[in-house]
Write a protein that binds this ligand. Structure first.
Ligand SMILES: NC(=O)c1ccc[n+]([C@@H]2O[C@H](COP(=O)([O-])OP(=O)(O)OC[C@H]3O[C@@H](n4cnc5c(N)ncnc54)[C@H](O)[C@@H]3O)[C@@H](O)[C@H]2O)c1
Length: 326
């Protein structure tokens, strides 16, 4: 609904004050209509979201599409590369480690899939932008970009040195920005595509021995939420999907000293299972997805509880990661 001219009549002007009163009435009616619409849309959205929770969401087809994954040489990146390829996607594997990256590409090709490997240190912005240009030239539009490469030094904050801390932010956060700067413009131009960012449960909860790492993973959560709002407000019909992933501990070797009091309840998740869950979330266009899924609900409930009560539960569960230095 177009808003009327908000200027009010002059204080002393007779005729102007009459039109001012009309404007006031109009504005009040408009506000009431807006409020009624808000209440209706609010409840419709709540009902819609509840229904979605109990129905299977459709998944987009990735067959024949280009999917780029950073850190594809190992762990979840490798598993995602293999699984996207098995879905018919043409997978572009980026990793700083040429040997492991080539191995991923080789395995995909041996299984009859399509893959392309490139060495890239995602810390280097210029390298990312240059390689992104090459991708456009050699392959065309990249439909899905997964910001996966990450490192996780794990020890008390005062034992982290400057170099390690800076590198963590460079790889886990800043590299994501450079990737987005490289690939988002074309997605927006075409109004399609999907950006996936690996945060972590360390982006939902503050965890000891992981202070800078938690900082990087909360940063991923924050910038993805902000970017989603920026895109939505710029174009309410924006069809570029943003998906932030919050995995619990995955058995890739990244988590060197996991500690579980109840190993049957909390245990390392198999990278294959984690990769399948991430791909499902991307294909369903979910904005946020934890692995396992219910961890986001746990975090939401946890935030409602007093901090002291939450700490009692944390101490009872006694689950986390011990320092990799001792
Ligand atoms: N494993 C877990 O328990 C866990 C849990 C939550 C979130 N995550 C996140 O998931 C992502 C993948 O984790 P993972 O366990 O598969 O890790 P991983 O160590 O198994 O694999 C990471 C890959 O990234 C590559 N890489 C590292 N630095 C790079 C750089 N500068 N440029 C390009 N590639 C680089 C490595 O060579 C490696 O192939 C990370 O962002 C991690 O923080 C992992």
């Amino acid at each position: 609904m177009s808003k009327p001219n908000q200027s009010r009549g002059g204080v002393g002007g007779g005729g102007a004050s009459g039109s001012g009163n009309n404007n006031d009435v109009y504005n009040i009616v408009l506000l009431i209509v807006d409020l009624v619409m808000l209440v209706i849309k609010f409840w419709l959205t709540i009902v819609e979201e509840i229904i979605k929770m109990f129905t299977t969401r459709p998944e987009t087809n990735v067959a024949g599409k280009f999917v780029l994954i950073t850190g594809a040489g190992h762990g979840m990146g490798k598993e995602m590369a293999l699984q996207y390829a098995s879905l018919g996607a043409k997978v572009i594997c980026w990793d700083v480690n040429e040997q492991t990256n080539s191995q991923t590409v080789k395995e995909i090709k041996q299984a009859g899939g399509s893959a392309f490997g490139y060495v890239c240190n995602v810390v280097k912005r210029e390298d990312i932008l240059e390689l992104a240009g090459k991708m456009r030239k050699d392959h065309g539009f990249i439909e899905v970009v997964v910001n996966n490469a990450g490192i996780m030094p794990c020890h008390p904050l005062l034992e982290h040195n400057e170099q390690e801390t800076r590198l963590m932010y460079d790889i886990n956060v800043l590299a994501h920005y450079w990737m987005i700067q490289a690939f988002l413009p074309e997605m927006l131009e075409r109004n399609e595509g999907s950006l996936v960012a690996l945060s972590s449960c360390a982006g939902l909860f503050g965890l000891p021995n992981l202070v800078p790492y938690c900082g990087t993973k909360f940063a991923v959560r924050g910038y993805m939420a902000a970017l989603a709002e920026e895109l939505r407000l710029k174009n309410p019909q924006c069809n570029v999907k943003l998906t932030t992933i919050f995995p619990y501990m995955i058995d890739t070797g990244l988590c060197k000293n996991p500690r579980f009091r109840f190993p049957n309840l909390f245990k390392l998740i198999c990278p294959k299972v984690a990769a399948a869950s991430i791909i499902e979330a991307q294909r369903q266009g979910l904005e946020e997805a934890a692995v396992p899924r219910h961890f986001i609900a746990v975090e939401k409930v946890g935030r409602l509880l007093p901090k002291k009560a939450m700490r009692l539960i944390n101490d009872f569960l006694d689950t986390g990661v011990d320092s990799d230095k001792h």
